[in-house]
Each structure stands twice: as structure tokens, then as C-alpha cells.
Design a protein around this ligand. Structure first.
Ligand SMILES: [Zn+2]
Length: 218
């Protein structure tokens, strides 16, 4: 059995979820996922980038590290079998299902500043993932200094042989999902990306759904 097979999740019936949350287009969300539970993020209409952060629920200073995750797994993308590693080297979660096959953790989250630099001063007023993240983490007593490089679920960021990143059309189909089993009690913070200036959302932000399933042990 290879590593991917070992970590493959059972195909769960969405009706068995213990929580279901619909996150509107462009909106943030956060919630707790206990150790052993799984969180499924569904791209309801396809081609939607879902910017995501994880924090240890016991200690918010222990949080998702894109750098350590890429280093430990020796691969640039997040997919089935990827171990999500914290800045303190702890295993936060394991990706147990992925029907899309392309999730970036290098390109970061959009902000008013990056929008202005990339797309022009006239885009400065636009709502961005950084505002979503700041809004959401303040509910948990954190501030913008606690926002670190994130995962962009469903975002298609090819890496050229010379190391350059490109943000191109998303490849996720309506209903594609990714599932992560929590290996510690997690706070999950999502920005359902409002980006309309690059093709990561097909220039059309759409709603997503978040399901939480009980642990295998019950
Ligand atoms: Zn964004």
C-alpha cells in the first residue's frame, strides 16, 4: 500500500456531516475542527480559490506553515497524503481526499496592497482575502500579525522551470472537494477569495460549503 492509499479517506456521505456551513461568495468563515474529525471544503460551482489557515486551538502561536509543509513533503503542491505542518514542526492535519488535484500553498493571499501593485490604483477599494482573514482572526483574539502564508485550495498556480509562479484558470469542477483530517484540535480560518482581477476564480467569486465529519473513532 502506498502512502496515498494509506491516507485515503472513506467516501463519506455528506448527509452524515455533523456540521454544514455555506460560505457566501467573497465571505470569511472560521470554526473548530477537533482532533480526529475531518473538514471537507467543497467548491460548489468550480474555479473558486479558497484561502485557508490553520491554528492549533490550544495555542494560536502554533499555526500552519507553508514553508515547513513544502519542505517536509518535498513537493510544492497540497494533495491527498500531504501532511500539514505547523511553524513549530507539529503535524496539524493530513489531506485525506482531493477530487481536484491542484492546490497551491506558495502564492499567498490577495490584499489591497498586492491588488494595487498588480492591477492598478483603481483596484485599491476592492475587498481582499487579507481583510477577510483580519476580520475573522479578530473574533479569536488575534490580529493581522497572526496572518501567515496560507493554502489556496483549488487555486491553480503552475511553477515554471525557472521558478516563476503564474496564476491561471482554475481546474476545479463544480462539487470538487478536499478533505483534511485534523491531527490536533484546529481552528480553521477561511477566506472565500473575492479576487476578480486574475483568473483564479474565473473572475466570478462563488459560494463554497464546509462540512465537518465526526472522527472514525466516533
Ligand atoms: Zn484572495
Amino acid at each position: 500500500m502506498n502512502a496515498k492509499g494509506f491516507f485515503a479517506a472513506p467516501v463519506r456521505d455528506p448527509k452524515t456531516a455533523i456540521q454544514t456551513h455555506r460560505v457566501p461568495a467573497e465571505a470569511p468563515w472560521s470554526g473548530l475542527v477537533k482532533r480526529g474529525q475531518s473538514i471537507r471544503i467543497i467548491d460548489l460551482e468550480g474555479q473558486q480559490a479558497v484561502d485557508t489557515l490553520f491554528y492549533s486551538a490550544a495555542d494560536f502561536a502554533d499555526r500552519y506553515s507553508s514553508q515547513d509543509t513544502v519542505r517536509v513533503q518535498g513537493a510544492a503542491y497540497v494533495t491527498t497524503g500531504t501532511r500539514l505542518i505547523s511553524n513549530e514542526g507539529h503535524l496539524m492535519g493530513v489531506v485525506t481526499a482531493d477530487t481536484c488535484g491542484r492546490h497551491d500553498t506558495s502564492a499567498g493571499a490577495c490584499s489591497c496592497e498586492s491588488n494595487t501593485a498588480r492591477f492598478g490604483q483603481h483596484t485599491r477599494y476592492l475587498h481582499a482575502c487579507r481583510e477577510n482573514f483580519v476580520y475573522e482572526v479578530t473574533k479569536h483574539g488575534m490580529s493581522k500579525r497572526d496572518i501567515v502564508p496560507n493554502i489556496n485550495f483549488f487555486m491553480n498556480v503552475p511553477i515554471a522551470p525557472n521558478g516563476e509562479l503564474a496564476i491561471v484558470d482554475g481546474v476545479s469542477k463544480p462539487g470538487d472537494y478536499v478533505e483534511i483530517r485534523a491531527e490536533m484540535d484546529l481552528l480553521c480560518v477561511i477566506s472565500n477569495c473575492p479576487q476578480i482581477n486574475n483568473p483564479c476564480n474565473g473572475f466570478n467569486p462563488t459560494p463554497i460549503e464546509v462540512l465537518i465529519f465526526a472522527g472514525d473513532e466516533g
